[in-house]
Design a binder for this molecule. Structure first.
Ligand code: MN
Length: 210
């Protein structure tokens, strides 16, 4: 499927006359290295959206309690629709009443790569092992797809788990979630919600560098 075809669900859920989120047609360039972003999203429930670049889009999961550095923590990661690559530069507020209404912060970003197999194989098998090289998150992780959710609903649930390595911790694996500061703009959630402070520095769309 083309990147544009993969984004039809993303586009159908949103009214772009009302939300400042990208439509996904400005064309962030695919890079040799695969990028990732994590967006802290203060919607109906606070969650962290993990987005992994693959084949021209972001594969996306809503991590309800956020990532944990403690390998004993299994964090629910609900698969959501593919997002456009330029979404990785989005920071701001989605209007109340719109899909995903609430404040979005670029909480982490950097590069990722699959371990031991291709990303496609990992996703298809429901066991994607990968490394993150971000500003906040580093080292080895796994996303494991759960067999079936009890409700028989349409949601596909995964678990996000830290592997044991030098970046793992024994105690409170959530401590770094308290860092309420955008890696793209330096702003807090309150400053983003108020529309104050500097604009985020782009990462996905870097036309000036060309
Ligand atoms: Mn979200």
């Amino acid at each position: 499927m083309t990147a544009a075809g993969k984004l039809s669900t993303y586009q159908a859920k949103r009214d772009f006359s009302r939300t400042a989120e990208p439509r996904g047609d400005t064309g962030a360039d695919a890079e040799q290295r695969l990028r990732f972003v994590i967006q802290k999203h203060d919607a109906t429930r606070l969650h962290y959206d993990l987005r992994l670049e693959l084949n021209g889009v972001f594969k996306s999961w809503a991590v309800t309690r956020g990532p944990s550095l403690n390998p004993q923590d299994k964090r629910l990661a609900v698969e959501v629709e593919d997002h456009p690559l330029d979404y990785g530069d989005f920071e701001g507020t989605i209007p109340k009443g719109e899909y995903g209404g609430g404040t979005v912060m670029i909480w982490d970003r950097g590069y990722w790569w699959p371990e031991g197999m291709t990303a496609e194989e990992g996703l298809a098998s429901g066991d994607l092992k990968f490394t993150l090289d971000g500003e906040r998150l580093h080292g080895s992780w796994v996303l494991v797809r759960m067999k079936h959710d009890r409700t028989g609903g349409k949601r596909v649930n995964w678990l996000l788990i830290k592997h044991k390595d030098r970046f793992a911790v024994d105690g409170d694996g959530s401590a770094l979630l308290a860092e309420d500061r955008s890696v793209a703009s330096g702003r807090s959630m309150a400053e983003i919600a108020a529309g104050k402070g500097p604009a985020p520095k782009p990462f996905m769309v870097q036309k000036a560098a060309k």
